[in-house]
Design a protein around this ligand. Structure first.
Ligand SMILES: [Fe+2]
Ligand SMILES: [Fe+2]
Length: 410
């Protein structure tokens, strides 16, 4: 029986269950199954259900959905930038879960920023439709997820908020970190081709925030490029996002220092991998991958870097992958003590150190990916500006000194 209000209620119930219960929890699975079933029932009567959220009103197809007038989810969805929800046949369970993930990511991001500024500004991602990609029999029906304009405002705000939480409460807010990564994944796949949005801000005190976002994006891109499944890609993204979380323990004046570090400051800087791993593990044991990556991301293939392992062993693939992305982003960014390197200089620097400092296979894949996807790079010098794919920051050519290793600031 066609019941659009029943479907939306089940859909909202599934979103609520997803915020409360971890992946695999029976209550979460049940709520998702119920919403999926409600959609199947709805599609038995209407093959292309379309919901539009207008202010506090919902329109189903052409008609207002009176049963859900003043439904409290309508403004929440609209505020999160979701104005349309559209489904086309066939919708698989996997497609449906992906839509739920995307919607939840937008809702989580828009909920955690309590600043008044949010009231005044519009959401940075506007979905022309949040749809399910399927083989619609009528190709004219727009069903793909469309990110019409994109900036990293929400994501940067959310990362700053996560860092503040870690600083003040000592725990990593996992669902918000996951939401940031899902949102980045949406940005990367909003169009017909993959896009790699990167931030390069001039304010040095924002470095850890922009760097964390960039490393997450690059780690996800490289994970995808090397053939990992979407779930693993996101896991690598979370590891990339949290790799430098231990830096919350380092005073800003050290992080933004212009000159060389004193011995004491070097010791402090070199503690961020173990501090980060400890902070992450204190939050949740399920974050073992980000903890491992936080601990290992400065360890070189040849055992150099820090911290020094008591017994020499190979680092996790995710750590080796994040290591490459980490050094790339550090060198591509203006730092208080040096200008950004040019794209080509950084890629040559990385390639020259394959099989000594970096995993040879991963560094080769990274360089190849950056060359192949160069037109898909979208570098923003302002987190609030929309992305223009293909535009990269020129950087200033700097010849790498032989033997010079990446700065501690990575
Ligand atoms: Fe880093
Ligand atoms: Fe680091």
């Amino acid at each position: 029986m066609s019941n659009p209000a029943g479907f939306l209620t089940a859909f909202a119930h599934a979103l609520a269950a997803m915020t409360l219960y971890a992946d695999g929890h029976p209550a979460r699975e049940r709520a998702i199954d119920a919403a999926f079933q409600a959609l199947a029932d709805l599609q038995a009567a209407e093959r292309h259900p379309l919901f539009t959220f207008l202010g506090d009103e919902i329109v189903y197809g052409q008609l207002p959905l009176r049963e859900l007038r003043a439904w409290d989810w309508t403004p929440r969805l609209a505020q999160a930038g979701i104005q349309r929800l559209e489904f086309a046949e066939p919708v698989t369970q996997e497609d449906f879960s992906e839509v739920l993930d995307e919607v939840l990511a937008r809702l989580t991001l828009s909920a955690i920023d309590t600043s008044e500024a949010r009231q005044l500004r519009r959401s940075s991602i506007r979905f022309g439709s949040v749809g399910v990609k399927g083989e619609a029999e009528q190709p004219a029906t727009p069903v793909a997820t469309t990110a019409m304009t994109y900036s990293l405002t929400e994501e940067a705000d959310a990362v700053r908020w996560c860092q503040d939480e870690v600083r003040s409460r000592g725990v990593v807010p996992l669902s918000e970190a996951e939401a940031v990564v899902r949102s980045l994944a949406i940005a990367m796949h909003g169009g017909h081709h993959i896009m790699i949005p990167l931030l390069q801000l001039k304010e040095f005190d924002q470095y850890t925030t922009t760097h964390s976002l960039n490393v997450a994006v690059l780690a996800m891109a490289l994970a995808e490029y090397t053939g990992l499944a979407p779930r693993d890609v996101r896991a690598f993204g979370i590891a990339g996002l949290l790799h430098d979380i231990g830096k919350v323990r380092i005073p800003l004046e050290v992080l933004t220092k212009r000159g060389r570090f004193s011995d004491e400051e070097t010791t402090l800087m070199r503690r961020h991998p173990s501090d980060g791993a400890r902070i992450i593990l204190q939050t949740q044991e399920q974050l073992d991958l980000p903890a491992v990556v936080a601990y290992e991301h400065h360890i070189m293939l040849n055992g150099g870097g820090y911290p020094t392992l008591q017994i020499r062993r190979e680092c996790h693939r995710a750590s080796r992958l994040v290591h490459v992305c980490d050094v790339y982003d550090a060198l591509r960014t203006d730092r208080p003590y040096r200008d950004a390197w040019s794209q080509e200089d950084v890629l040559s620097y990385l390639a020259a150190r394959g099989a000594t400092e970096f995993d040879a296979e991963l560094v080769t894949a990274f360089v190849q990916m950056m060359r192949q996807w160069e037109p898909r790079l979208a570098v923003m010098h302002d987190e609030r500006s929309a992305v223009i794919p293909g535009e990269t920051a020129p950087g200033r050519p700097v010849t790498p000194t032989p033997g010079e290793s990446a700065p501690d600031g990575a």
